[in-house]
Design a protein around this ligand. Structure first.
Ligand code: SG7
Ligand code: ZN
Length: 259
């Protein structure tokens, strides 16, 4: 499936065309999750995601994705447990998606692609004072990844779809991000990786949900109707294929919370 995607891809944002290399990087993301090679870790704890919808602030189209941003100046929306030793604060979530339903996710499971992937980005507020600081540090970030598959309309996601901005920033409040998590948040894979866009820092504990959420084709079509900002004036390109190609696993183990 990954090979099929690489052959048939028709357009990508210049950011993903540049050789996104990190010299000597040995824990880059995304990766393929081989179910058979992942190792069950009975010591992984239940994940505790406590989100306060009142911290939701705005949607921002940054030119290559859109971000739903949360107030992270206090411990109101947090993630702890699972593989994490500290408490992390939610700062934003965003998605990666393809030009069609055959690809779009950054991570794959046994080389199978999903049409989109949600990332809930949290930073370690026990150890660092600011997101900008945490981004540069080993144990700075925790990102939850949730695969999207095509099926029935997702009622929670629809509120967001209806608010997606043509311009750069729109007010967006009271959105509870836990409505985008699958039912069984305690079945996940976890591994040590990186951000998938510059600065590509190796700061991320990835927590990838086994269970995907269902969204409709029409909901994904609205994502695809957004536009990339282009360096060339007047050229408008659909915001699609905003994912990074897969990186080598190297000397890493993917742990699973389930058997
Ligand atoms: C998306 O993914 C954006 C970026 C994010 C990047 O392109 O959400 O966020 C901003 C603020 O532009 O970069 C530093 C950061 O969070 C990479 O995040 S990811 O590794 O979870 N895909
Ligand atoms: Zn992402």
């Amino acid at each position: 499936a990954v090979e099929y995607m690489k052959k048939n891809l028709t357009s990508v944002h210049p950011m993903w065309l540049e050789p996104l290399e990190v010299p000597g990087g040995d824990r880059q993301s995304p990766i393929d999750i081989s179910v058979r090679k992942s190792v069950f870790d009975p010591n992984l704890k239940p994940l505790v995601a406590q989100y306060d919808p009142r911290t939701c602030q705005q949607i921002w189209n940054n030119g290559y994705s859109f971000l739903v941003e949360y107030d992270d100046t206090t411990d109101k929306s947090t993630l702890r447990g699972g593989p994490l030793e500290d408490q992390f604060r939610l700062c934003q979530f965003h998605f990666h998606w393809g030009e069609n339903n055959d690809w779009g996710s950054e991570h794959t499971v046994d080389r199978n692609l999903y049409p989109a992937e949600l990332h809930l980005v949290h930073w370690n507020a026990d150890k660092y004072a600011l997101f900008e600081e945490a981004v540069m540090e080993e144990n700075g970030l925790a990102v939850i990844g949730v695969f999207l598959k095509v099926g029935k309309t997702h009622e929670g996601l629809q509120k967001l779809v209806d608010a997606l901005p043509a311009g750069s920033v729109v007010e967006f409040t009271k959105f509870d991000p836990s409505c985008l998590l699958p039912e069984s948040i305690n079945e996940y894979w976890t591994y040590a990786g990186s951000l998938t866009t510059p600065p590509l820092t190796e700061a991320v504990t990835w927590i990838i949900m086994k269970q995907p959420i269902e969204v409709s084709h029409n909901q994904l079509a609205v994502f695809r109707s957004l536009l990339f900002t282009s360096a060339e004036e007047g050229v408008q390109k659909s915001m699609v294929n905003n994912f990074r190609f897969q990186q080598p696993l190297k000397d890493r183990t993917i742990r699973s919370s389930f058997t």
